[in-house]
Design a protein around this ligand. Structure first.
Ligand SMILES: *Cc1c(COP(=O)(O)O)cnc(C)c1O
Length: 540
């Protein structure tokens, strides 16, 4: 292979000049521009290559000393990387929250990368900063519906911010609880605030044993990371059991009171608007009441479900979200923006001042630099992708997409319920549902003794895992799996298929084929065959 020369002249060319039209890079670009799905279907071949096999291509820890031609490198990427990627655009890829993107993001991302603006401060972002502030304001209004005068006053105020744009829901959850923590343990008398004096001094000053956060067991694992990095400690994340998949307000109130009575301070209640595993929405209004009664912060993690607010048909499912002190939303989930687009939105524009940070060379006092209240430092102009999406789809466009996903999930639930070989485990609240294979002979499973149930469920768990893996490896479709406690089986955990319907191109026919494929794999499995026999004699 020809080696590129090691010269500054060559490097200058790499910086400034496109390759010629028939280079590999140009061909990739052209093919992608003509048709993304076609590109993916031709290049992302689901060969049955094991991860171990792939690792061999990525096993050299030494940095090559000589430069390489961009085109020959692009060739390598196609063969080693792209060929073993996952086709998240496939309409039968319905296992995760990462799905197809609208085409316009491809050219727009070139603009984004081409301009390479840094939102940490105005000197490196200029117009991108007001754009990001406006975008945060639009999301704020979607949630809280403030008056025009409110946004006129705060949208571009140097001393306020309506939210923090960040890389995703994880950072957004951390940011929200960080703001809540610093606000709760702010300066008072000689005490200069937890941000200056640290956790130990803050607990001493405020006379508390520890801080706690209440969420249901269905809370996203990023909450665990949040209490960890904020020094609150994982054991103080009170994850309440939720066999009905939502946080019971009565239990939250009791748990909160019990926690407070032990000399602890309750930092926050987290309501989830669209749990990652089953898509359930916590009773947000009731939880807002509970937070009020306990005197703590109310955060709503709407990373997944927040986009439901676009739908006049379904936005009531999130009723009460407007009472949250802070809300997490991921635009890279149901808003079809490329990854790296999360937001923590704050009801009160002054709240983020509890984490405001200034530095002399950057983020000067009184500047409008967004970096002074974000956890992350250098950040790209990803807000532009959201800004554009909000304009290109508009509220009504988003409503169509959201409604379609929810309706398709309902339709899928019906298909599963009508099929004797499957059991719908959790009905969709939004566009997520869970189910599993259940032989027709076991249709009475929920009414037999829990010991017998446990035995059979253990076998069904093995079957579900096996079928899920086989289907994934076959490469035609992808459904994920999880393990959840369900009330229909005495709150014992069972393994289920998990479906996230997000790709607007997924059809009912796709869903039928997925069920058929799963049943075919099951029928070849000993467990399925045995369960059918055993249960024919035992139960029927
Ligand atoms: C996806 C998700 C998160 C985490 O978001 P990332 O963007 O993956 O960091 C947090 N909470 C919920 C409910 C989610 O669905």
């Amino acid at each position: 292979m020809a080696k590129a020369e090691v010269s500054l002249e060559h490097l200058f060319r790499v910086f400034t000049k496109p390759e010629n039209d028939d280079s590999t890079l140009a061909k990739i670009e052209k093919h992608l521009s003509d048709n993304v799905s076609d590109f993916l279907s031709q290049h992302v071949v689901t060969k049955k290559t094991s991860l171990e096999e792939i690792e061999k291509d990525f096993s050299d820890a030494s940095i090559p000393s000589a430069p390489e031609f961009v085109s020959s490198h692009a060739e390598t990427l196609l063969n080693k990387l792209v060929a073993h990627s996952v086709n998240t655009y496939s309409p039968t890829f319905i296992g995760h929250m990462t799905s197809a993107l609208p085409y316009f993001h491809l050219p727009l991302s070139k603009l984004l990368v081409g301009l390479n603006q840094n939102l940490v401060k105005i000197e490196t972002s200029k117009a991108f900063t007001p754009l990001e502030r406006q975008t945060l304001g639009m999301m704020h209004k979607l949630i809280y519906g403030g008056e025009a005068s409110f946004y006129a006053k705060y949208l571009h105020s140097a001393r306020h911010s309506l939210g923090a744009f960040c890389s995703g829901g994880t950072i957004a959850n951390i940011t929200a609880l960080w703001v809540a923590r610093n606000k709760l343990m702010g300066p008072e008398g000689n005490f200069r605030g937890i941000n200056v004096e640290g956790l130990v001094s803050a607990y001493k000053h405020y006379g508390v044993e520890s801080l706690g956060v209440i969420a249901s067991k269905r809370g996203h694992y990023s909450l665990g990371k949040a209490v960890d990095v904020l020094g609150i400690g994982r054991k103080n994340l009170l994850s309440l059991p939720s066999p009905s998949h939502i946080l019971d307000p009565k239990e939250a109130l009791e748990a909160g009171k019990a926690y407070q009575s032990q000399g602890n301070k309750l930092l926050a209640i987290v309501g989830i608007a669209g749990t990652t595993e089953t898509g359930h929405v916590d009773p947000l209004s009731e939880l807002a009441d509970v937070a009020q009664e306990l005197g703590c912060w109310f955060h709503v993690d709407a990373a997944w479900g927040g986009a439901t607010l676009f739908s006049d048909t379904y936005r009531d499912k999130l009723k009460g979200i407007e009472r949250a002190d802070s809300v997490t939303i991921d635009a890279h989930k149901q808003m079809y923006v490329p990854m790296g687009a999360g937001m923590a939105i704050f009801k009160n524009p002054s709240d983020s001042n509890s984490v405001r940070h200034h530095a002399q060379y950057i983020l000067r006092e009184g500047s409008k630099d967004l970096g002074s209240t974000t956890l992350e430092g250098s950040r790209n102009g990803m807000a532009m992708m959201l800004y554009s999406s909000l304009h290109i789809f508009g509220r009504r466009g988003y409503q169509l997409l959201i409604d379609k996903s929810i309706e398709l999930a309902d339709r899928f639930a019906e298909l599963i319920q009508r099929n004797d070989n499957f059991e719908l485990v959790t009905k969709p609240t939004l566009s997520i549902l869970t189910y599993r294979l259940l032989p027709p002979s076991l249709s009475e499973l929920s009414s037999i003794s829990s010991i017998q149930q446990a035995e059979i469920n253990a076998q069904l768990d093995t079957l579900t895992v096996s079928v899920q893996k086989q289907q994934r490896e076959a490469g035609k479709s992808f459904v994920s799996r999880t393990r959840i406690e369900v009330s229909q089986y005495h709150n014992a955990p069972i393994t289920v298929f998990r479906v996230v319907l997000a790709n607007p191109l997924t059809t009912e026919q796709d869903l039928n084929s997925i069920l058929e494929e799963q049943l075919d794999f099951a029928k070849q499995h000993k467990i399925w065959q045995n369960l059918n026999l055993v249960c024919d004699s035992k139960i029927a």
